[in-house]
Write a protein of this length. Structure first.
Length: 419
């Protein structure tokens, strides 16, 4: 059996795990990263792939710091400067005619609120940066058969008979994390009644630089601009609806899907030329009971999941990367054991609080806008108008749109009186 030892062993080759590997590699850690699947490189084709993320300014800064941002093709970056949100209310439920909120990047002194980019393009750019690190090893794809934690080391055994030890093992292996489950860390998870149907569509005009979202009874629809290529224009459409409806949509042919989208999305949706790709998945939120144990830490979806209406999932993961890497770098400079649970708790406390805050904000918004009683509808209409009239609240909203909402989480939850 082949044996190897590293300072840090990362399980999961996704965007978050590979970003952490690069960050630590830049700071002279001896790092290994392993995944059960081989990443397949993607060509810079004009047609976008289905899975996209809203990369906020904090995540952009991290990607710039590790040298990945410049490796993402410019024709795959779709910046947005404005977020519009509105509640579809019947006229008899409105106290005010205006029921739309708009948040602009200049409110928070940014050029953009973020970029919509295909996940595969982000991941590939990060992995390319690993090629410059002799101290980062991408291990051959393999499945972990055993994981052990003792007083000083973490170790795994793989199906190809590798025995790998590390001072710190990091679980970046997604929502169904093997690392989390094998280490005995619990998780609190809520399954939403809605599922998400998503589609990449070719449209008849440039998508522009505005992303929008409409809340309606049992239906939330959203429009994310994608980059234009070769005089063709694209967008990502999001539709939160019942599980039955979402699954039915995913089984339809593209013509039927287009008819359903045009019948249920707002009229400002640009003309659809065709459906490029589509899919459906359930919605949930979750948080691990703890993000660390001796010689072990969790990051990204292995530690937490958030409802995607805010588009903050991968951004929260990148914030985990920044926090954990900073914690480990400081410990190394001080000559401390990076697997010491006292060191790791500093990371876990900071990120647990921040991730719970984001989850609370998003969950509260979900509950408020999916409540159909007349009192909730009236509160929503009043809230939109109050926010529109007070610049300070609009600035907070723009911060939320760009992923910075920790400071307002507890206040919003108290105001809404939601759990």
């Amino acid at each position: 059996m082949k044996q190897q030892h590293f300072d840090v062993l990362i399980i999961g080759l996704g965007m978050v795990g590979s970003a952490l590997a690069t960050f630590l590699g830049d700071n002279n850690f001896n790092v290994a990263i392993i995944d059960k699947q081989q990443f397949k490189s993607v060509a810079n084709t004009e047609v976008p792939t289905l899975r996209v993320s809203a990369i906020n300014p904090n995540s952009q800064a991290l990607l710039e710091a590790i040298g990945a941002w410049k490796l993402i093709p410019e024709n795959k970056k779709a910046p947005y400067t404005q977020l519009k949100v509105w509640d579809y209310l019947e006229a008899n439920h409105r106290l005010f005619n205006n029921n739309q909120l708009s948040f602009e990047a200049d409110l928070i002194k940014q050029d953009f609120l973020g970029y919509i980019i295909e996940n595969q393009q982000v991941q590939q750019a990060i992995l390319q940066t690993l090629n410059n690190h002799s101290n980062v090893t991408i291990l051959p794809p393999s499945t972990i058969t055993a994981l052990n934690l003792d007083a000083n080391l973490a170790s795994i055994i793989t199906t190809d008979n590798q025995h790998i030890t590390a001072n710190l093992l990091v679980g970046a292996d997604g929502a169904e994390s093997f690392v989390r489950k094998s280490s005995g860390l619990g998780i609190t998870k809520t399954e939403y009644s809605q599922h998400c149907f998503t589609a990449v569509v070719e449209i008849a005009e440039p998508a522009g630089m505005t992303t929008w979202q409409q809340f309606a009874e049992d239906n939330t629809t959203a429009f994310l601009p994608l980059a234009s290529n070769a005089n063709k224009h694209y967008a990502s459409l999001i539709w939160h609806t019942s599980a039955i409806k979402a699954n039915s949509l995913s089984q339809m042919n593209s013509q039927q899907q287009q008819q359903q989208i045009e019948a249920n999305f707002p009229q400002l949706l640009p003309k659809i030329i065709n459906i490029v790709s589509s899919g459906a998945f359930p919605l949930s939120k979750a948080n691990a009971s703890n993000y660390c144990l001796p010689n072990l830490a969790l990051v990204g979806d292995a530690a937490h999941m958030v409802h995607p209406l805010a588009g903050q999932g991968v951004n929260m993961g990148f914030q985990d990367v920044q926090c954990l890497a900073s914690t480990l770098i400081q410990a190394k400079k001080q000559g401390k054991n990076i697997g010491d649970v006292k060191i790791l708790r500093s990371y876990a406390r900071k990120r647990f609080v921040a991730n719970c805050a984001m989850n609370s904000v998003v969950h509260s918004i979900y509950l408020l806008f999916n409540n159909t009683n007349i009192i909730s509808k009236t509160i929503r209409n009043i809230g939109v108008n109050v926010t529109n009239r007070i610049p300070f609240l609009k600035k907070i909203g723009a911060g939320y749109a760009s992923g910075n909402c920790q400071d307002i989480a507890s206040t919003l939850k108290t105001i809404l009186n939601l759990n």
